[in-house]
Design a protein around this ligand. Structure first.
Ligand SMILES: NC(=O)c1ccc[n+]([C@@H]2O[C@H](COP(=O)([O-])OP(=O)(O)OC[C@H]3O[C@@H](n4cnc5c(N)ncnc54)[C@H](OP(=O)(O)O)[C@@H]3O)[C@@H](O)[C@H]2O)c1
Length: 331
């Protein structure tokens, strides 16, 4: 069953994007948005995109489990073939359990590569474009400096391998596509580093956090706004291909943790001491890139998208979490 989130089509194809929230930090660059088919409903990015599109007045359908199960690529084609007409598919679904992927690479590959190809094939039949999210984990992290879209890929783990294969399969099938690699995603919703830090920070006086992996924290709401802006400009000459998008500025996981506790200084718990450690002192099943910093120049120039400082986006998410906590205490 296809759940129709919003069926108001203002003028059909090329309806003007008129959601001030979705224009957000990108200002007027959001441009023209057509009818959207979204895959994935409840993930960090999927929830934000769903919320923003539902508020927008743009025709919007969502496909998710159980109707569409990316562990079964055939179900992806079937579900998309049965969808109402759409111009752009945005895929927010992925197998994202980085450590578990080391043991479940076939499942991760079905979701992140084979089903992405299946979605691309279905888009081709419908004459639709596809916007797909990928990851900094396609790189090995050995570069000194921010990764550009032209840098050589060399994933060091199963998750990154499957995501890279998904990129390649999509690009082999479809001409009109945008792959946007992002990194270090967090939200007030779902499981992520910010929520983990707040939980363990309340329980302990001291935390040890890795300080030799660097990246750019990226808010899921900002990713959703970026996706909407890209969708609205897919018909622009030269649009399409691979892009990088992440929060502006960079830090380490330790720096990220310290910023979280600095910004929550007024909250009803004593900030823990955050000790900087090295990756070798915190072994995990999957290796992570040391450098996940992505250059966003290309997406900024082509789509007039300006990533905001990661600390400002974090402040907004923390406010949202505080509001949710208040609401739950007073419920
Ligand atoms: N999280 C990060 O730090 C990070 C970093 C770099 C790139 N990315 C990329 O960003 C994108 C969004 O990530 P996220 O953090 O929003 O992910 P997330 O919160 O883990 O959500 C994953 C989404 O995928 C859907 N999904 C998983 N398995 C599925 C299956 N078998 N069939 C159908 N749907 C399935 C989930 O479905 P339900 O809606 O049913 O729950 C959910 O909507 C992904 O492409 C990810 O690779 C994430």
């Amino acid at each position: 069953m296809v759940s129709r989130q919003c069926v108001v089509v203002a003028g059909g194809r090329g309806a003007q994007w008129n959601c001030p929230e979705a224009a957000g930090p990108f200002g007027p660059g959001a441009g023209q948005v057509t009818s959207i088919l979204q895959i994935g409903a409840n993930g960090q990015v999927a929830s934000e995109l769903r919320r923003q599109l539902a508020a927008s007045g743009v025709a919007h359908q969502v496909l998710a489990r159980p109707e569409l199960d990316m562990a079964e690529p055939a179900s992806v084609e079937r579900a998309i073939d049965a969808a109402e007409p759409f111009d752009i598919l945005i895929n927010c679904a992925a197998y994202t359990a980085v450590d578990r992927a080391e043991e479940e690479e076939e499942l991760a590959r079905a979701v992140n590569a084979l089903s992405v190809e299946a979605a691309a094939r279905a888009c081709k039949r419908r004459g639709a474009a596809m916007i797909h999210i990928s990851t900094d984990y396609v790189f090995d992290g050995e570069k000194d400096g921010a990764y550009t879209e032209d840098d050589p890929v060399a994933p060091i783990g199963a998750y990154g391998r499957t995501k890279l294969e998904g990129e390649q399969r999509l690009a082999d099938v479809l001409e009109r596509f945008a792959i946007v690699r992002t990194a270090w995603v967090y939200s007030h919703h779902g499981n992520n580093f910010v929520k983990t830090m707040l939980r363990v920070g309340r329980e302990r006086d001291a935390l040890r956090v890795v300080d030799d992996q660097h990246g750019c924290p990226t808010q899921a709401g900002d990713i959703a706004r970026m996706l909407v802006a890209v969708a609205g400009q897919m018909d622009k000459p030269g649009a399409g291909g691979i892009y990088h998008y992440c929060g502006a500025g960079e830090t380490s996981w330790c720096g990220f943790a310290r910023e979280i506790f600095e910004q929550t200084a007024g909250w009803a718990f004593a900030a823990p001491h955050v000790e900087a450690i090295e990756t070798k002192d915190y072994p995990t099943p999957a290796r992570r890139p040391k450098n996940s910093v992505l250059s966003t120049s290309k997406i900024e120039q082509q789509f007039a998208i300006e990533p905001r400082d990661w600390r400002d986006a974090l402040a907004e998410t923390l406010q949202e979490l505080a509001r949710n906590e208040d609401a739950s205490h007073h419920a």
